[in-house]
Write a protein that binds this ligand. Structure first.
Ligand SMILES: *[C@@H]1O[C@H](CO)[C@@H](O)[C@H](O)[C@H]1NC(C)=O
Ligand SMILES: *[C@@H]1O[C@H](CO)[C@@H](O)[C@H](O)[C@H]1NC(C)=O
Ligand SMILES: *[C@@H]1O[C@H](CO)[C@@H](O)[C@H](O)[C@H]1NC(C)=O
Ligand SMILES: *[C@@H]1O[C@H](CO)[C@@H](O)[C@H](O)[C@H]1NC(C)=O
Ligand SMILES: *[C@@H]1O[C@H](CO)[C@@H](O)[C@H](O)[C@H]1NC(C)=O
Ligand SMILES: *[C@@H]1O[C@H](CO)[C@@H](O)[C@H](O)[C@H]1NC(C)=O
Ligand SMILES: *[C@@H]1O[C@H](CO)[C@@H](O)[C@H](O)[C@H]1NC(C)=O
Ligand SMILES: *[C@@H]1O[C@H](CO)[C@@H](O)[C@H](O)[C@H]1NC(C)=O
Length: 466
């Protein structure tokens, strides 16, 4: 199982490497080079599992609470809770699917709807809402008719991340099921749950019967209990979502003129088929060029990295007790606005953030082991919307950090982040040997020396490969 998830991306990576190779005309060691590439890519991404060290317990849980039995089935409240710290479900929202175990039908729904009714020709007197064996359900849009609503419904499938806004991280709907069992002994749990949110990337486990949920009345004076509850847990894997990273990082500093760009081909290479648009093209004036596609296909500005998102980290000032960083996020996709974007950064000095000037900031310390990671996100009504590529397509802020006296250093790239995630996807960092360096920086301690040695090794590998 784990092997499968490992093996497939590897094939994708290798065919990609082969393509690159053919374009550049292979030489005799191409085979070796391309094996090294694969190893290197694994070292950099270690993509194997959904496990994310910055959000080890992150998941979306789908909970079914049977609220009442009916003559031929039951009425259930289905709740989706996004327990991921920094990955929200953006527009066009979640899509949930499952497979019925018997001949169940959905008589009616509130707060969501099945996308297809299916073949209900067997039913003469009353027609069900959906007769498909594998229904696909989507949220309703805001402003749905009052009589079709349900509490926590009708947000167009958008779920905030738990870390950003727990109160908006829940979505719910009601489903009335027929031709199913009518007691907790005879009811059969649906299986093969799927969750798209809004693209691929989630894998759902089996439904598991859990202790029944409790509900408090609005005035907290009465407690009720579900007749039966089951949970389904879905986890995200960036590697299932797409074979390439979705963003990259570039660096600069006040102490060195070199701007370290995003790695070339970080999110794919420019090729004939994946067309892109040069930034000042006349085509951009065509009406409708920015209109999002149904399949969310991007229209990228041509860059050497071909990423829809670039995060730039500039070490701006070194004060006596503080230092200052400027962060800029640039959108290169002409067909997408990012609402409620999130940026997660891991850096050892983030435990001493003094001030963030024009983003909101939350340290991510729900688990004791993480105290060097924080989440930046847009300020409401100011820059929570990252506009489509173009002159408006960027957001930026400055961060003032209190120096951690023992560890602060401008050497060996210490001032640059260790990991960066945009909207929950990990961004590709420049190779360690390309970081802007402060001259005359001899290895100061064994650990730094080790890091340097590691960088040189990786650097050599890259040299060997390219
Ligand atoms: C899902 O997330 C919640 C909240 O973090 C956690 O309590 C629960 O254990 C997680 N479930 C799984 C199966 O990881
Ligand atoms: C089913 O319901 C009975 C009472 O009606 C209860 O004792 C039993 O624990 C329930 N079983 C499950 C699996 O919920
Ligand atoms: C079931 O899901 C709910 C979230 O809706 C969660 O609070 C609860 O802990 C889950 N139960 C189990 C046993 O995972
Ligand atoms: C690129 O497009 C051409 C035709 O437009 C097609 O024959 C070819 O298979 C495509 N290549 C890839 C890698 O998609
Ligand atoms: C982005 O938002 C602006 C302002 O709301 C809107 O005019 C534009 O059409 C949107 N672009 C896309 C790609 O959705
Ligand atoms: C940095 O933050 C830690 C807590 O994470 C605190 O113990 C320490 O005193 C802070 N250092 C400075 C220089 O403020
Ligand atoms: C938190 O960071 C400090 C350094 O400021 C480190 O010494 C400590 O071990 C970290 N805490 C945990 C629980 O890892
Ligand atoms: C700036 O950094 C680059 C890349 O690491 C390095 O090659 C260059 O020598 C540095 N320049 C100065 C003036 O330190």
């Amino acid at each position: 199982m784990a092997f499968d998830t490992l093996a497939k991306p590897a094939q994708e990576v290798s065919s990609k490497a082969k393509d690159c190779c053919q374009q550049r005309q292979c030489h005799p060691f191409a085979g070796l080079k391309f094996t090294l590439w694969v190893i290197l890519l694994f070292v950099i991404f270690s993509p194997a599992v959904a496990y994310d060290p910055l959000d080890p317990f992150g998941n979306i849980t789908i909970r079914w609470d049977i609220m009442s039995w009916t003559t031929d089935g039951y009425v259930a409240a289905v709740t989706l809770s996004n327990f991921q710290l920094f990955r929200h479900v953006m527009t066009p929202g979640w899509t949930v699917g499952w497979t019925w175990t018997k001949k169940e039908v959905i008589w009616s729904m509130a707060g969501a709807q099945a996308t297809e009714q299916g073949d209900c020709s067997k039913f003469k007197l009353a027609v069900p809402h959906c007769c498909k064996k594998t229904p696909t359900v989507v949220d309703m849009l805001p402003g749905a008719p009052y009589n079709q609503q349900f509490s926590n419904c009708c947000k167009g499938g958008v779920l905030a991340s738990w870390g950003q806004d727990p109160s908006s991280s829940v979505s719910a709907f009601q489903v009335t099921v027929g031709l199913s069992g009518t007691s907790n002994k005879t009811v059969k749990l649906p299986h093969s749950f799927t969750l798209l949110g809004p693209g691929p990337g989630y894998t759902c486990g089996p439904a598991k019967i859990v202790p029944s949920s409790f509900f408090l009345s609005a005035d907290s004076r009465r407690k009720t209990q579900a007749l039966m509850t089951w949970n389904v847990t879905c986890t995200y894997s960036q590697f299932l979502a797409s074979k390439n990273p979705a963003c990259c990082v570039s660096f600069s500093s006040f102490y060195n003129d070199t701007v370290t760009p995003c790695p070339s081909c970080a999110c794919g290479c420019q090729n004939k088929n994946d067309s892109c648009i040069v930034s000042n093209s006349e085509m951009l004036k065509m009406p409708g060029i920015n209109t999002p596609r149904k399949d969310n296909a991007p229209l990228l500005q041509c860059t050497h990295h071909m990423c829809p998102i670039r995060v730039h980290w500039h070490v701006k000032t070194n004060y006596k007790g503080y230092w200052r960083v400027k962060i800029a996020i640039t959108n290169f996709n002409y067909r997408r606005n990012y609402t409620q974007w999130t940026l997660v950064v891991q850096h050892p000095n983030l435990n001493n953030v003094t001030r963030v000037f024009s983003f909101d900031y939350k340290p991510m310390d729900p688990y004791q082991s993480i105290n060097d990671t924080g989440m930046f996100y847009g300020m409401k009504f100011y820059n929570e919307l990252l506009m489509e590529a173009g002159p408006q397509g960027n957001v930026q802020s400055e961060v003032l950090l209190k120096k951690n006296k023992e560890t602060f250093s401008l050497k060996q790239g210490w001032a640059f982040p260790r990991k960066v995630y945009f909207n929950g996807d990990e961004c590709m960092l420049p190779p360690p040997d390309a970081y802007p360096i402060l001259k005359n920086s001899a290895p100061a301690n064994p650990i730094a020396f080790l890091t340097l040695t590691a960088s040189v090794t990786v650097g050599l590998m890259i040299l060997l490969i390219c």
